[in-house]
Design a protein around this ligand. Sequence first.
Ligand code: ADP
Length: 181
Amino acid sequence: MKQRGVTIWLTGLSGAGKTTITHALEKKLREEGYPLEVLDGDIVRTNLTKGLGFSKEDRDTNVRRIGFVAGLLTRHGVIVLVSAISPYREIRDEIRGKVGDFVEVFVNAPLNVCEDRDVKGLYKRARSGEIKAFTGIDDPYEAPLNPEVECRTDLETLEESVDKVWQKLEEMGYVAKPVAV
Ligand code: ADP
């Protein structure tokens, strides 16, 4: 049977766990032999969307470009993992509509948890005013209203979060049960 493509879109605050979950899913999908691409927001900003900043307009352009590429790949049977803050609901929903095969994963941890983690030291810089328009601090984040999956990374282990996504992909027919080893 031909592999069905799908875009798995991980959205959430900086430090919520998008990259960590993406890496774990990537490993699992590769082990199971699925055709796969990863579009990581931070990496994409160094090539596909280089030069864009963090105004609403630039964020929207950034996310739309990622969505455009994800859509092309999805059409060709690829499983696309997108990891991007993508703070605006309207744009995510627009991409959902265009891509069709779209699984939104709300990677959710309260702001104070993300800030305590401060994986990249960015919250500290945002609080001190060195970085402006930082999502969650002085820029909005609009949480998904009906995500296919919500991972509460302050309450679940990484394994639990990954299992939740996998379970949903199985239910929706994008992946099969992993081969038992
Ligand atoms: P983001 O990509 O959203 O900015 P990161 O993945 O870089 O976030 O950082 C998330 C941090 O949260 C990591 O240090 C990770 O180990 C930790 N963490 C704790 N529990 C989880 C979980 N269930 N899922 C993902 N990350 C988790």
